[in-house]
Write a protein that binds this ligand. Sequence first.
Ligand code: ZN
Length: 139
Amino acid sequence: MALNSEYNVPSPDDRITVVCLYCSRPQEVGRKAMSITCKHCSKALKLEDIPFNTYAARRTIETCGLVTVEKKGNVVADKIHCGGMIVRGKVKGKILSRGPVLVGPEAEIKGDVTAPTIAVGAGAVLEGRYQIGSPPVGQ
Ligand SMILES: [Zn+2]
């Protein structure tokens, strides 16, 4: 990318707007960027989607992208802070999502969930407190 590219008119295809997980402020980034430093609060932000297909234990999972837990995925984390989430397997941890959370019919979530919207398939197991509708406050 040329150094002066910021002066060009960006085409809608190669820029996306990302809302910072930490300060909740939006900024435009290149679609293919995997990580950025927030220009407002200077924190490092991951942008990539993170899929889980197996057992995974993490302290925190943080990305502005989409976290997907497939049927064979079993994710244990203190906190999952993400731009959106799709759960088809098991998740144990506190979920803070800036975008919709989709829960498949065989999914199992143990932990508190905060998200603007949630869609739950019949049969999913949910244990925890759910705060749906209000966007999470930056923390
Ligand atoms: Zn920020």
